[in-house]
Design a protein. Structure first.
Length: 251
């Protein structure tokens, strides 16, 4: 059993104790409480990726338009993007967890947010009300969407983007080669060890994510973007089995 006080100090200890039967990973209260620590220690170059998302968004956002963050979690990306774009641009954060959105709202207020924003409970497996968007962000989110629904989600985003708008997509990915894929996974677990995760934590979280986080190859993600209607697509970040992509809707 995981004790109720595992999150003291905001440290990710969700998988720190032995679990007899590991269940599928969920963004539970325990996870929400420690999410910022979890993602910063589990995702290579997480802070730099956030900075890059903000930098790219700033070059593509249009005054009077909307910026959507789908799977916004605790709002880290919105806080970074907020620093670089016009104050009349409305932010819309969508997440299926009300607890995530509550924490996001608290963080935005603590960051001194003055721009208009909405936080909406939404399921990315359903049709989303995206409109007047110049930038849509999917940061480490689509990998949790069931494969059957991914193309529909991307088409939904494409249709809601204004001409000239962009989708920024960050995903955990599979290597094109199974030989390199094994190596990349090894390097990734070494990264987690360097960030003070134990062998038990790594093993139990891997088991919990097995049927929940389903990565595609980079080439498969780029093909999905093309099939959804996007024109130019490019990779802006790559670290072993993590990648950042930008997809453009033609003007």
């Amino acid at each position: 059993m995981i004790t109720e006080d595992v999150e003291q100090g905001g440290r990710d200890l969700v998988f720190n104790e032995e679990i007899t039967k590991v269940s599928d990973f969920k963004f539970s209260t325990k996870v929400v409480t420690v999410f910022d620590d979890m993602v910063s220690r589990s995702v290579p170059f997480y802070n730099e990726t956030q900075r890059m998302l903000a930098e790219i968004a700033a070059d593509h956002v249009k005054e009077g338009s909307f910026v959507y963050d789908l799977g916004c979690s605790t709002g880290t990306t919105m806080i970074e993007v907020d620093k670089l774009i016009p104050s009349d641009v409305r932010f819309i954060g969508i997440d299926e967890s009300t607890e995530m959105l509550d924490k996001c709202d608290k963080k935005l207020k603590e960051a001194g947010f003055v721009r208009p924003y909405d936080l909406v409970v939404g399921d990315l497996h359903e049709q989303l009300p995206i409109k007047n968007a110049s930038v849509v962000i999917l940061c480490l989110t689509m990998q949790f969407v069931r494969p059957l629904y991914r193309e529909r989600l991307l088409r939904n985003i494409y249709e809601g983007l204004n001409p000239g708008g962009v989708l920024l997509l960050v995903e955990k990915v599979l290597a094109e080669s199974t030989v390199f894929n094994r190596d990349f996974i090894k390097y990734y677990y070494n990264y987690k060890r360097r960030n003070h995760y134990s062998e038990m934590e790594i093993s139990q979280k891997r088991e919990a994510l097995e049927n929940v986080l389903i990565p595609y190859k980079l080439s498969e993600n780029l093909l999905l973007l093309k099939e959804a209607g996007f024109g130019d697509c490019e990779t802006f970040f790559k670290w072993y089995n993590f990648s950042g992509m930008i997809a453009h809707k033609k003007s």
